[in-house]
Design a protein around this ligand. Structure first.
Ligand SMILES: NC(=O)c1ccc[n+]([C@@H]2O[C@H](COP(=O)([O-])OP(=O)(O)OC[C@H]3O[C@@H](n4cnc5c(N)ncnc54)[C@H](O)[C@@H]3O)[C@@H](O)[C@H]2O)c1
Ligand SMILES: N[C@H](C(=O)O)[C@H](O)COP(=O)(O)O
Length: 305
């Protein structure tokens, strides 16, 4: 078992549920070597968990954010990324961070997705969450709703669809991925009477990429896109913005879903939930999504070589 892949785990916000989730993983992953990157005071080493020490700057009280520990959170991420880049780790799995407190500490940060892309020089990261057979990827991620329509450009949409198609083949061995593309406006714009993005931006990109061999359907009205009949046989849905796609996915899969960043030169998966400060330190947080994220990272390392 010496060639077991090493998987880096960043527990995320130290005052959130991340550290306890990692500490409670037990021996569920004998096929891998799990290495938690964080403060040993929060993460007792066991036979099943190695610790790579990065110390917090200030004492940690569960449920209480402290901007002094924001730099620590970012350092754990940088350590994991450089270990993935130099081959120390096959993949990284991230626990939940608190975007607000990192910004409050003076570090511009909109999410792991964008931060890891900047660290690895990836031009266009693609956020995809998966729960069982439902996969939902996003054209835009962490930006105000007011800015979404302007961010859905033909160039961005085409790049994201190509990455989604490519990475579904690479990591999931899907020969010809079938992708459903949502519209942006209600009823996919109602023939231009409720917005013109479908006519002017989304449809031309879909037609161009169909000619290039991608299997795309859309733009589809988002309200009925997630009905069982429509989803039959689809490998992924591409939603235009965060709260168009993720509420549906989390409704069906919260607690066992995985967040995967496509388009990176490294493998990164994450939990489907946040820091859950309201229950931190009580030992009641569900470890399901953390376990699913680790399983997914191990599997992606196998297929994505
Ligand atoms: N992967 C990530 O880093 C990630 C993902 C989502 C949200 N966040 C961040 O987390 C912070 C808090 O976000 P939020 O309050 O919107 O969502 P949240 O997921 O932290 O909490 C929503 C609700 O779900 C519960 N919950 C979450 N995870 C749980 C678990 N494992 N077991 C049991 N109950 C759980 C919480 O107690 C809360 O009631 C925000 O800063 C947000 O940006 C980070
Ligand atoms: N959008 C994610 C979710 O709702 O689960 C979450 O904010 C985490 O995003 P990053 O992986 O970019 O931190």
């Amino acid at each position: 078992m010496t060639d077991r892949p090493r998987i880096a785990i960043t527990p995320g916000e130290p005052a959130g549920i991340g550290p306890e989730l990692v500490a409670r993983l037990g021996d569920a992953f004998p096929q891998a070597r799990l290495v938690a990157i964080g403060d040993p005071a929060l993460l007792p080493a066991t036979d099943h968990l190695e610790i790579m020490a990065v110390k917090t700057a200030a004492p940690v009280t569960p449920g209480v954010l402290d901007p002094r520990n924001a730099a620590y959170v970012l350092e754990t991420l940088r350590t994991a990324v450089s270990g993935c880049q130099d081959g120390t780790f096959q993949a990284m799995v991230t626990g939940p961070v608190h975007k607000g407190v990192i910004n409050e500490a003076g570090h511009p940060f909109s999410g792991h997705t964008e931060y890891l892309a900047a660290l690895t020089g990836a031009p266009m990261p693609v956020m995809m969450l998966a729960a069982g057979s439902l996969r939902v990827a996003l054209v835009t991620t962490h930006l105000p709703l007011r800015d979404v329509a302007d961010a859905v450009t033909a160039e961005r949409l085409e790049t994201i669809l190509r990455i989604l198609d490519h990475d579904l083949r690479r990591f999931y061995a899907i020969e010809q991925p079938r992708i459903l593309v949502a519209g942006l406006n209600p009823h996919a714009g109602e023939s231009g009477h409720m917005g013109r993005e479908e006519i002017e931006t989304i449809t031309p990109v879909i037609e161009r990429l169909r000619d290039a061999g991608l299997d795309l359907t859309g733009p589809l009205p988002a309200d009925t896109l997630f009905t069982p009949g429509r989803l039959d046989g689809a490998d992924a849905v591409l939603a235009m913005y965060h709260d168009q796609g993720l509420p549906v996915l989390k409704h069906v899969g919260f607690g066992r879903a995985v967040n995967i960043t496509l388009g990176l030169p490294i493998i990164r998966t994450s939990v489907d939930h946040g820091t859950a400060l309201d229950i931190a330190g009580r030992g009641i947080a569900d470890t399901g999504s953390m376990r699913a994220a680790i399983e997914e990272a191990i599997a992606m390392g196998r297929t994505g070589r």
